[in-house]
Design a protein around this ligand. Structure first.
Ligand SMILES: [Zn+2]
Length: 370
């Protein structure tokens, strides 16, 4: 067996009610002058309360608000501020893009990294990966980091208060792990990869069983299983499976769709979920089994219950002309795209046809659109 190096998990994970308050001592052990990185106005009050909690304990944090998505410009600005102020740690508090930015800033400065997901919309608080976008949100590339965060704080009372839409988006992203990894990695002889793929299956089953309940009732036990599944377990799968437990088409389609402009910008998982439906349509066209078709209709029902977009219209494109969709397909089918890890060949024309045909199929069904 060739050599494999894994970043399986953060050094320490604190999860549950009051996780933030209970982690303050651990934070003081990791840094004395952290940069608190965040973005949205909706989380500003919370981030200010984090700052005050740390000040009381004698830590001297400073704050930085990202302006855009996780982009080079914001990362450069945060990097300079942290360096000029001798920051010795990063506390990234927000959604996936804030967490990705925080992890990369910490890596560039070679200082400790603490992630505090404020929603369950992605597993970015866990992983040793950062996705880089342009300032206006077009996906550029992902960067593999040297390590997972030193500390991940998953505070249930904080995450519970996030908009339900973020949890639904997290579910679409997490459920994709099974459909993508089983397609690209099920023939792997590596035990770690096999175990990661099976974990993705168990996670999918839990999302099907408890997802709707969790979406409707954040105080339920289902919510805990589902929120932690999306924000934590999905990260373990990536850590255990490593680079070979790759994405298939759903994520590359997401990457292509981010190249377009939107009336209301969809969340990461919302685009991944749509990409997953197109992936299953592609599988259906390229295999002799009924399984992809069944999986697709099961997912359309599941996504509809969660109010997730299931058609190209419902992802709020500003301009859904053929030219625009072609642009997304071209990006998704770039030479180095994971879409070429599919067990059948696909080019941008096939993908365009799939998005178009999938769309007319869903338009013919009586499903509720967002
Ligand atoms: Zn994702």
């Amino acid at each position: 067996m060739s050599l494999n190096i894994h970043n399986i998990s953060p050094s320490k994970v604190v999860r549950g009610e009051g996780a933030w308050t209970n982690s303050i001592e651990a934070i003081t052990n990791l840094c004395k002058r952290p940069l608190i990185v965040g973005r949205s106005n909706a989380t500003k009050k919370l981030r200010t309360s984090f700052k005050n909690d740390l000040l009381i304990k004698g830590i001297q944090p400073i704050s930085f608000d990202l302006v855009h998505d996780c982009c080079e410009l914001d990362i450069q600005n945060a990097f300079q501020l942290a360096r000029n102020n001798n920051c010795d740690g990063i506390i990234a508090a927000g959604g996936g893009k804030v967490l990705d930015a925080g992890k990369l800033i910490a890596e560039l400065l070679e200082i400790n990294c603490i992630t505090v997901p404020l929603s369950a919309s992605t597993c970015a608080g866990w992983t040793a990966l950062s996705n880089i976008y342009t300032p206006d949100g077009k996906f550029i590339k992902d960067i593999v980091l040297k390590r997972c965060p030193n500390l991940l704080i998953f505070d249930h009372s904080i995450v519970r208060a996030a908009p339900p839409r973020t949890l639904a988006s997290g579910m679409a992203d997490a459920v994709a792990k099974w459909y993508e990894s089983s397609l690209t990695s099920s023939s792997s002889k590596d035990g770690f990869v096999q175990q990661a793929v099976q974990m993705a299956r168990v996670l999918r089953d839990q999302l099907f069983l408890y997802g709707y309940k969790a979406f409707k009732d954040p105080l339920s036990n289902s919510w805990e299983t589902v929120a932690e599944g999306c924000a934590l377990t999905a990260g373990i799968i990536g850590g255990l499976g490593g680079a070979r437990c790759r994405t298939a088409a759903a994520h590359p389609i997401h990457n292509g769709l981010t190249q377009l402009t939107y009336k209301n910008k969809p969340l990461h998982g919302e685009l991944v979920g749509f990409g997953l439906l197109v992936q299953l349509y592609l599988e259906e066209k390229n295999s002799n089994t009924q399984l992809p078709r069944q999986a697709k209709s099961q997912l359309i029902d599941f996504f509809s219950q969660l109010n997730l977009p299931i058609s190209i219209e419902s992802i709020c494109l500003k301009n859904a002309t053929s030219n625009e969709i072609h642009k997304a397909c071209k990006f998704a089918c770039k030479d180095d795209s994971d879409i070429h890890k599919l067990p059948f060949h696909i080019n941008e024309k096939d993908l365009f046809e799939a998005i178009h045909s999938y769309q007319s199929l869903s338009a013919n069904s009586n499903l509720r659109f967002k």
